[in-house]
Design a protein around this ligand. Structure first.
Ligand SMILES: NC(=O)c1ccc[n+]([C@@H]2O[C@H](COP(=O)([O-])OP(=O)(O)OC[C@H]3O[C@@H](n4cnc5c(N)ncnc54)[C@H](O)[C@@H]3O)[C@@H](O)[C@H]2O)c1
Length: 266
């Protein structure tokens, strides 16, 4: 074991940009990073002021940035704001995402295009926009929030395709940016208790029956993985998929069969 891995100190980049950080899991990631001494650039189409104010009230450092991730011009402006104000960037969490739980034949061209633009084009524009500043900062870590819908078939074609695309985009970027000391990994949450699941009670109840852990994830359980991937505890992890799903994709089928048939020997 090296000296570095035997010490208790975990190091994070000085400045990290989190998209979709005005609410849901993104806000949780932002607060957790700020609590560890990171300056967090809180970016969202929605109002970031409440999250920034909360981080500051908790003793942390944060700045708010208006950003529609589907707009490459907005990315250029936000990265320029960060370069001017902080001079460096060591982490990006491409967390912003939208979900439309529409079956295949109910998915209109408009829904298809918007979901792709936010969930897939957004991280592409984002990684292109930050790469130069991260290189100039000595390297960094990019965490792309995909989903288990980006690892298995999922009924909603736009969401699933966008997240599968993000899985591949992450691996492509990991190869492209390794020369600059920039790591890129994707995180694949299963069902997480956030507003994204609002109004989907029947869907969630049915899905939980296939989760060996027997419950949805707490947002903090995804935050812990994001923190790990941003930290100096994951320096040899790049191009990897980290699945955070309570065993759903690896064991959900047989878990459900065993539960419904009354035991493995039934
Ligand atoms: N909740 C789950 O069960 C779950 C499971 C797997 C993956 N995910 C993924 O995790 C990420 C976060 O999900 P969540 O549950 O916290 O969602 P959420 O809906 O609670 O929050 C999403 C945030 O993204 C912002 N946003 C939406 N469109 C944007 C845009 N164009 N530009 C910038 N910001 C935008 C919203 O304003 C919001 O603050 C998403 O990428 C989602 O696909 C969620």
């Amino acid at each position: 074991m090296s000296d570095a891995s035997s010490t208790e100190t975990v190091r994070y980049p000085a400045v990290v940009l989190v998209t979709g950080a005005a609410g849901g899991m993104g806000a949780g990631h932002a607060r957790a990073l700020a609590a560890r001494g990171v300056h967090v650039c809180v970016a969202d189409v929605a109002d970031t002021a409440p999250v920034v104010a909360r981080i500051r009230a908790e003793g942390g450092s944060a700045s708010g940035h208006t950003l529609d991730v589907a707009d490459p011009g907005a990315w250029a402006r936000v990265v320029a704001e960060i370069r001017d104000a902080r001079g460096e960037l060591g982490g990006l969490v491409n967390n912003a995402g939208i979900s439309r739980r529409l079956e295949f034949l109910d998915t209109s061209d408009e829904v298809w295009e918007r979901v792709m633009r936010v969930n897939l084009f957004g991280p592409f524009y984002g990684m292109k926009a930050v790469a130069g500043l991260m290189r100039d900062s000595g390297g960094g870590s990019i965490v792309n929030i995909s989903s288990i819908a980006g690892q298995i078939g999922y009924f909603s074609p736009a969401y699933s395709s966008s997240k599968w695309g993000l899985t591949g985009l992450s691996k492509s970027a990991a190869g492209a940016f390794a020369k600059w000391g920039i790591r890129v990994n994707s995180v694949h949450p299963g069902l997480v208790d956030t507003p994204l699941l609002d109004g989907a009670d029947a869907f969630v109840a049915s899905a939980v029956a296939s989760v060996p852990a027997g419950r949805t994830a707490r947002p903090e359980e995804v935050t812990d993985v994001v923190l790990h991937l941003l930290s100096d505890r994951s320096t040899y992890l790049t191009g990897s998929e980290v699945t955070v799903d309570g065993g759903l994709t690896s064991n959900g089928l047989y878990h459900r069969i065993v539960a419904e048939s009354g035991g493995a020997r039934a």
